[in-house]
Each structure stands twice: as structure tokens, then as C-alpha cells.
Design a protein around this ligand. Sequence first.
Ligand code: UFG
Length: 339
Amino acid sequence: MAILVTGGAGYIGSHLCLELLNAGYEVVVVDNNSTSSSDALKRVQEITRKSVTVYTVDLGKKEDLLDVFSNHTISSVIHLAGYKSVSESSSIPLTYYANNIMSTLILCEVMQMFNVKSLVFSSSATVYAPTEKNEPISESHPLGAINPYGHTKQVIEEILRYLFYSDPSWSICMLRYFNPVGAHDSGQIGENPKGIPNNLVPYITNVAAGLLPALSIYGNDYPTRDGTGIRDYIHVVDLAQGHISALKKVETTTGINAYNLGTGKGYSVLEMVRSFQNVSGREIPYIIAPRRKGDIAVSFADVTKAKEELGWEAKRGIDAMCMDAWRWQRANPSNSALV
Ligand code: UFG
């Protein structure tokens, strides 16, 4: 029996495959390598000394997926594949809707054909309606994504709910990630954004490595303790382990549930910069820039439900997140748009 991981060659996928292999699972990956490369999974196999079966195919091609399900006995699916850039989704929304939603429909259809009905789905905290309140966001917070990327996740969550209502033998966990950062402590796998990074931590590591001159901090006039935006950063290895807890749940019960995966603690941009400087010993030059369109002041998770129902909680703090992100950057100096 194998676990199928869609998007398994990506940033979160590669860390997840590593944890699955270490936990003794047989792993099959489907990835079209549109935003990833096969190197990450080669490294995962070197680190774990275990092998992964990889299919470089597109989830949009049903025949290819039928082959995968015919070739392996799949017990559960962890569905990570999808386009994931908030900014890009605003420029090409139809591409995002077509890709993220169609691939999920095809996947679920094929799962149903093979009577595989346990699914862990990679959702996002961007499904939540923005709030002005400085309070943790629980799973019952109203949904209301404000960008096409987040909306594709919200729509997929709704599709999965109706799928479950039509056939309650499905078992589905939808994981709403907050801000995944960091890397495996081997320094061998990590985030490798194409182009100049959009996200805070990869941008900081590029500045620390001298590949970019300075960080732009998008706004210091938010109603937060130091004026900069607050987010719930979660170490990618904790995030990967959260999927394994969710997998155990879908393998043993039916139902549909959403869970926040975060630490429950919010850190500001300036706090992240300071922590990074402390652990790396590098100065991070920064300028204060205008607010970035679409950003909110504060977002951090209420993590009670995941703790109570999945028995999972994040263990790694921001120093480990920054340290591991920096180790990955130093071990892989070409992780930049500029090289
Ligand atoms: N920031 C800067 N400068 C930068 C980049 C970011 O100041 O160069 C700030 C942002 O304004 C924000 C914080 O750092 O306050 C975090 O920004 P990120 O771009 O790292 O992350 P976001 O919270 O905007 O979005 C991330 C992912 C989304 C995901 C979301 C979930 O990019 O895919 O978290 O809440 F959906």
C-alpha cells in the first residue's frame, strides 16, 4: 500500500516525502515539475536511503493518473499540487482557477474509480476573510479569500465538502497552512523560488547571502506592536509532520475537517529580521517601503483543533526556522534569481 503525494517534488512536498519515508510509508509522487525540479527528491532519497517512485506527469491528464493508480495500490492521497503565487494569481486568475480546480476534480474522480477515499488536501490560511481583530484565527472564522489563489483553495474546500455530503465514506482533512518557512536541517532540501523571492524569509536569506542589496519592509504603520505586519511562521518540517498526523486521521475515520497548521504565535517582520541576524551573524540592511497591496496587518492561528483532534503541534521556534533557512541558503548559494 502506498501514499500518493501530488506535488511531491516541491518545497513542502519534498519535506513531506522525507517524513513519510522516515515513518515507514511507501511513497509515490506525481509532479509535473512546473515549479520544482527532480533534484529535491533525489536528495530526499539520499538522506533517507529509501526510494520514492516518481511520475513526471500532469494531474490534468487523466490517462496518466489512471496509469499511476493502476500501477500501485494507493491507500491515501496527499494533494499538494497547484499554483501557489498570490501575486501571479491576480495577473492570470483563469489559469489559476483552471489548473488548481480541474486537477483536483480529475484527481478525485480517479480516486473514486479506484475506491480510494482518504484525502489530505493542502489548503491555506488565505481562505479566511481578512480581520482587523488582533486575535488568533480559528477554523470557524468566516471564509472570504481576497485573491484568486486563495479563492481556488476556498472553492476546492467547498467541492470537497459536497463530495463528502454525497458519499460519506470519504475521509478528508483540509490543512490550512499559515506561513511555511525554514528547511530540513540537513541543508539539502529547502525552498527554491524562481525569480526574485516574493516571500519574506527567502528574501532575507538572499539579502544575507549578498545576492540582493536590501530588504524592503512593506509598511511600518500597521496597528501592530512595531508597525510591521505580523504572521504565524511555521517550520516546514513541523508542517510536514502535521500532514502525517492528518494522514493517520483519514486512514482511520471518515468525515471532513479543516485544520489550521501554524504555531499559534505571531511574529512581526522586524522580529523575523532580528532573529535572522542573531542566528546568522549577518546584518540585514532594510528600507521601509509602502504597504504591499493585499497585505493584512495580522494573521496567526488558533491551533487548538489540530492539537486536540490530530494530536499534533509545531515544535520549532523562529530561531530554528531562521537557522535552517540560512543553512539551506549557504549550502545552495545559487538559490537566487540573480544567478
Ligand atoms: N514582507 C516584507 N518584505 C518582503 C516580503 C514580505 O515586508 O520582501 C512582509 C509582508 O508585508 C508580510 C510578511 O512579510 O507582512 C509576510 O509576507 P510573505 O510574502 O512572506 O507571506 P504572506 O503572509 O503574504 O503570504 C504567505 C504565502 C501565501 C499564503 C499565506 C498564508 O505567500 O501563499 O502566507 O497566510 F497563502
